[in-house]
Design a protein around this ligand. Sequence first.
Ligand code: DGJ
Length: 704
Amino acid sequence: MIETGGSGRLWLLSGPHSSYALHVTERDELLHLHWGRRIALADAEALAADPLPAERPFESALDGHEEYPVEGGPRFVRPALSVRSREVRGTEWCFEEYETAADPATGHELRLHFHDSLHHLDLTLHYRMRPGCDVVERWTTATHVPNGHRAPLELLRADAATWTLPHRDGWRMSQLHGRWGAESRLLRGPLTPGERVIGSRRGHTGHQHLPWFALDAGDAGEEHGEVWTGALAWSGSWRIAVAALPDGRVQATGGAGHDDAGLVRLDPGASYTSPVFAALWSGGGFGAASRAWHAYQRDHVVPGGRQPRPVLYNSWEATGFDVGEAQQRELARRAAAMGVELFVVDDGWFGDRVSDRAGLGDWTPNPDRFPNGLKPLSDEVHALGMQFGLWVEPEMVNPDSDLYRAHPDWVQHHPGRRSTEYRHQLVLNLARTDVREHLAERLDALLHSAPVDYLKWDFNRCFTDPGWPGERYPERLWTAHVEGLYELVDRLRAAHPGLAVESCSGGGGRVDLGILARTDQVWTSDNTDPLDRLHIQHGFSQLHPARVMAAWVTDSPSPMLNHRRSSLRFRFVSAMAGVLGVGGDLLDWSAEERAEAASWVALYKTIRPVVQQGDLYRLRPPDGGGLSAVQYVHGADTVVLAWLPAQAFGAPVPPLRLRGLDRDAAYRDVTTGVVQRGAVLAERGLRTTLAGDLDAAVFHLRRL
Ligand code: DGJ
């Protein structure tokens, strides 16, 4: 809901639990008023009547109060907007008008229009609230208005939004950091004066940081307290700077691009639209904040987010590059017998791709490996009752490929400079129309050549040589590549409506709300160790729902990572916390192992609606080596997944105090039939029988 007050210069945006208020002063300053618990329009108007602090020579009265600080004038905070023309740098705007719009499906939108007459720049700040959500989505549009001159404007930086937090005595920041194989680790600590900058200079979202933050006054817990949290919907380089200002206020500003080295050049008539920066306030701690994020993504971001995701099998860890038709058929038969619903052939099926040295870019089946193309395999997979999926990495090329030999100029490169090859591959310049046209045509032909239901879209190296010979403003490659990627995926999905897409980037190197708006799930990490995964999944769940988190059961000991041995039970229960997959070498699994796996897959299918669509409660985090557990509540059903990494000598395993239950109702354990009262499960807790090392269990309770 959006209400307008203050004679058309004040707006109050309200969701079910929270409000967000802002106003434009008589001097056209756009000031933040409130973000937190719900307030009334009269409250917002009273806040607007409060004057800014008095001017002082060493501090700006505006700093920490503005909705979107621009470069220039009496401001010392990091600007969200930095514009340069030939003569002038910085922005001075006039407020022009506002618009509101309401759509039952997409929600309520507020647009604030400003104009900088010196730059001939129109700037629109967008605010949107989706139905039933506390998420405020913000983004910015900058347009160079035609003015009779031909000189361009340069946007050095145009952040999506700046978020302003209320005054508190101190602040704590949570972030999700990591590296390849150890993504989305939760880190929570004091925000000290100065700036905490997270981001990526790599051309993709990156394994190092998820574009997310959460801030609290140091007093929030998993299920109590105020939390302010934001996430950027962008899959290229990005930056979020969280500043603890001298007067104790906090602002977080973020958008596309890492440095201020140049985003886009706007010729007269041209526009730039920033990605969306979404944020929400929760009064129910980190758990309620996560549940609000999850519901938002399932309802408003992920295509078909309320549809279940199938159990998949992926051959990568089983076969590596050594792929063949007979072997894939046998894997498919064994996978189908285990209850798998989607069979995916990973890297190695195309071109000369017998190792990572050749073939990327040549998206036709390797004739030695698939002499009759992929259709016979796809037909068999479908006959076995499964969907058929393929791995692709469309943005890349091996120099040893037909595509590169035909079009060496299609890669990002600086002529006269050495090119960096990571994994023997170069990055195609998707900002180029001819590259996108070629890829659209090749992928379309591939999807027609054999019925393909699913693409795992991988991206296995960072940008290092972002050159674009012949382009007047090569800096735009950083954003135009990502826009090109989005366009390509959107186009394929529109042409193949049943197609599902998984975003992968050497594991979780491209996980963000931007890619999730056009993919069905993400590959969480190349680290499939079931114990390591608990930590990765704990961080991942701060922002993203189980419905998009692909998790595989692989071989034990893991041939790829740390040689840890674990039971099928532990591996399955770990992977059942997301979209279950199997990635082990089924040709090597005994009949007993495959039968046990089949029973776990069958169990997963019974709890899938609860895991993938339910409200998540993190009962105990996987810190400290003791018992950890998550709980999902969906309608009358509750599922608890519990893991015990190691039991200390003589140490009792504590019961799990469940949340989100009806205290007055009784709950029956679907497996054992035992009935317990909701209040008992909440107060004393659910007793587990976990014992020893690497034990795990699934509990499925139903309200009577
Ligand atoms: C990286 C992915 O994360 C893996 O799952 C696998 O698909 C390989 N790429 C294949 O090259």
